[in-house]
Design a protein around this ligand. Sequence first.
Ligand SMILES: Nc1ncnc2c1ncn2[C@@H]1O[C@H](COP(=O)(O)OP(=O)(O)OP(=O)(O)O)[C@@H](O)[C@H]1O
Ligand SMILES: [Mg+2]
Length: 367
Amino acid sequence: MVDVHLRGIVKRFGKTVAVNGIDLDVNDGEFIVLLGPSGCGKTTTLRIIAGLEKPDAGRVIFGDRDVTYLPPRERNISMVFQSYAVWPHMKVYDNIAFPLKIKKYPREEIDKKVKWAAELLQISELLDRYPHQLSGGQRQRVAVARAIVVEPAVLLMDEPLSNLDALLRVKMRSELKKLQRRIKVTTIYVTHDQVEAMTMGDRIAVMNQGKIMQVGTPEEIYNKPANLFVAGFVGTPQMNFFEATVSLKDDNIVLETQDFTIPLGREFREILADYINKSVIVGIRPEHIYPKTMRPSTLKKASDISGVIDFVEALGSDTIIHVNTGNMIIVVKISGSHRFEIGSPIDLSLDLDKLHIFRKSDEKAIV
Ligand SMILES: Nc1ncnc2c1ncn2[C@@H]1O[C@H](COP(=O)(O)OP(=O)(O)OP(=O)(O)O)[C@@H](O)[C@H]1O
Ligand SMILES: [Mg+2]
């Protein structure tokens, strides 16, 4: 077990800057997720931690050991990839035993460890089979068993569940997480799936264009996004964004949009003092807007706006309504199934305690 530190990692491929100055501290035994869109540099970062790629600048530190230029085999890491990297000509037992054989463990110890790993992954009955006799999910369990059998200091996983069907993915998510809790191995897990990140990570590092945009617990990432990118990347349906001008009306702050005005009251005077008569980006999640008739009594500060129902998505557990307020569409998520008539007028209440306000210049969160 070890903590992992990245210091100013930069990696270029020709003209492409794949990783553009990354600093990250992963605690001993922590499960951290690198989350971001395709091409943002997740795999490259993971390969640099593994030692499969050398950075152009920066250092990789395990505990108090600088491993930047050490080959993978001297780092005590294991890696699990998206494709089921199991050897087709070897039985499951031999696949799992392989890394131990290379390390020249005695046979009895190999046997003990293989059985331990197989039991953890619930594949004990499959040890005698060949990979072609396994399902995709079982094959991926073999790959994970082989990765943990050496009891690595750091476990690196690159989208290990993305080849599995949706149901199995959900099941494996919680199993991998429980497994990690049990063996407490420091884990760095790459995914572009925000639900996977939210459900598995102790903390999430959200990446974009080779940079880390925010590091935090799933709750922090969701409730206090540090910038527009994180706010928009996490959450389905996506957070609503609209441009507004901050104005002062009779000592009160109001946000004025093309379609409606949101009174924010006095307490925002200080926070938004530098933005009066300037334009900002306002964000509010679909689940923080209610049809006025369904507004919960617990809502403390709300602002009402009106529009016309443009579209309805009935998901069973939730109902998503798209409301046209004149010049924009506001998306609202209500739990449960409800009937709404497309084309009919609707009044909405915005939960003002859940409002996000971002600067236009650098897209950082003000509130
Ligand atoms: N070996 C390489 N040669 C040239 N360019 C590369 C190489 N590896 C990665 N890149 C480029 O570096 C950038 C980051 O790639 P990377 O594979 O790290 O992204 P990613 O976040 O893992 O994406 P995905 O979610 O699609 O797997 C991309 O623009 C990619 O095209
Ligand atoms: Mg990748």
